[in-house]
Ligand binder design. Sequence first.
Ligand code: PLP
Length: 438
Amino acid sequence: MKTESSKALFDAAQHVIPGGVNSPVRAFKSVGGQPLFIKKADGAYLTDQDGNDYIELINSWGPMLFGHNHPHICCAVSNAIENSLSFGAPNAAEVKMAEKIVEFVPSIEKVRMVNSGTEATMSAIRLARGFTKKEKIIKLTGCYHGHGDSFLIAAGSGALTTGVPDSAGVTWGAAKDTLLADFNNIDQVEALTRQHPGEIAALILEPVAGNMGCVLPNPGYLEALRQICDREQIVLIFDEVMTGFRLAKGGAQELFGVMPDLTTLGKIIGGGMPVGAFGGKSEIMDCISPVGDVYQAGTLSGNPVAMAAGLAMLELIEQNSSSLYQDLERITTHIVNSIQSFIDQHQLPCTLNQVGSMYSLFFTSQKVVDFESAKSTDLEKFKQYFQLMLNLGIYLAPSQFESLFISTAITDQLADKIISSNEKALGLVFELETSQPA
Ligand SMILES: *Cc1c(COP(=O)(O)O)cnc(C)c1O
């Protein structure tokens, strides 16, 4: 495989961009080798700067639900561009967008648009604090909510302790107001509410975690969190930046039937453009400026071109909604079950987690239910697997702790290629005698 052009670009990039990338995981640090520079993408395929094609299972980290370069979305963007790129004033597309979000997402009555998932979660936390007049928040270890200071906190010596900053530059002041509990652990959340009575403004989580690999909530877990939050008057925030419009038209809250007070959205909602949103009960949302006293603003928020892309995406979802999520789940289940059969047949120490069109393969025989068990994966094996898959023409997320996504561009034929590539790659990683070199 020729990668000279990507190599040259990465060399040049490192002189002028820290680490050569504008978002760290893109640097391929945990999988070795050099990042590929992508020239274009169409349907299920990425094409790199050297002309190599890959079937891709990241979808730009989530947004490309219908694959790349979808004509309906691209056309909407081209049309919008003709009327200028930005107004900084109200426009019709924003209203339509808000109406669609309110229609799709069951718990949202009012919504504010922003430009990224990070902005959505930062604003939702400020809003929850302004609404409750309380300061502390609970976040779950292994859940990612963008790079806001309050979220870059990991469990030090375990949960139930006050957080320690996970990044240089995050102050102890910010860290001390973030309390931690493990995903799927109700007792720890109960304990935090006893230790900090009347002090907790919000509990934020990914209802299905996708940023420690794909990890599902245990049955009854989301319901139990809802009960605790009601009892303690804590604002329950579902960060559906990844799961929104991915697991169902109304996100994980629709799938599991548990309603949060606030929801954060991103990724799919922009159809590939930089868009985020946060919304929820009117009573809470009306605390934001200019109605209320919680300040929140954005020069490019509700940008007409971004709104056109997002609206076109939501239209596609609406047009296809009768079969879209069943079809995505069917093909993902086919891929996952086939890999699982291979794992069972050869008794490999691997674990697969799946919900809808999200899945992860972990290199551990433990069940993966939280960050601790996710970390039991063999990172060296993942690295080999990633590189083997890349050589077989399948582009995976360059980190073990990511979910993979299936788009509607993955046909049955491509699914078979993905399955056979997995069998080959796993055969080589575990040195099974029957497998041939790739
Ligand atoms: C991607 C992601 C974010 C951050 O969104 P950005 O647009 O990258 O700022 C926040 N929360 C979740 C659950 C995500 O998956």
